[in-house]
Design a protein around this ligand. Structure first.
Ligand SMILES: [Zn+2]
Length: 133
C-alpha cells in the first residue's frame, strides 16, 4: 500500500538523522502533506502505528500538518486561484501546480544521550517527494 511505503521512507530518513546526531530515541516526527499528495492521513497513521517501532528508536509520535494547493500560469507565472478554472486569466494558458503535492519531513524530535539539553528538534533535508524550486 502507498501509505506503507511513505511511512518506510519517513522512518528511513528519521533513522539517518538520528544516527548522524547520535540520538538514542526519537520522541516525535512531524510531516507536512500537501492536499494534492494523494495521501490518506488515516491510513498513514495506521501504517505508522505498525511500523514506528521497527526503526529501533522507540515509538515516536506522528504529527501531520497540511499544505494547501497553489497554482500558477505555466507561461506567465500569474497565480491562479484553486477551485476555479485552471486556466490563466491573462494569457489563457493552462495552470501548473506550484505546491501542494509535496510530502515533507518537517521536524524530528531527538532524544540525545546524557548530558544533553533534552529533546532537540532537527530540520532534516525536508523533501521526501515533490520538490518545487
Ligand atoms: Zn498566463
Amino acid at each position: 500500500m502507498h501509505e506503507y511505503s511513505i511511512v518506510q521512507a519517513i522512518l528511513h530518513r528519521v533513522q539517518e538523522t538520528a544516527r548522524q546526531r547520535g540520538a538514542t530515541s526519537v520522541s516525535s516526527v512531524t510531516v507536512r502533506i500537501g492536499e494534492a499528495a494523494g495521501v490518506e492521513v488515516d491510513l498513514l497513521r495506521t501504517a505508522w502505528d505498525i511500523f514506528r517501532a521497527a526503526g529501533g528508536l522507540g515509538e515516536p509520535e506522528l504529527r501531520v500538518l497540511g499544505m494547501s494547493v497553489a497554482w500558477e500560469c505555466a507561461t506567465c507565472g500569474d497565480p491562479i486561484a484553486a477551485g476555479g478554472p485552471l486556466r490563466c486569466p491573462l494569457c489563457g494558458y493552462t495552470a501548473r501546480l506550484v505546491s501542494g503535492d509535496e510530502i515533507l519531513l518537517e521536524r524530528v524530535e531527538l532524544e540525545l544521550p546524557e548530558p544533553g539539553p533534552g529533546p532537540v528538534a532537527e530540520r532534516a533535508s525536508p523533501y521526501l517527494r515533490g520538490e518545487h524550486v
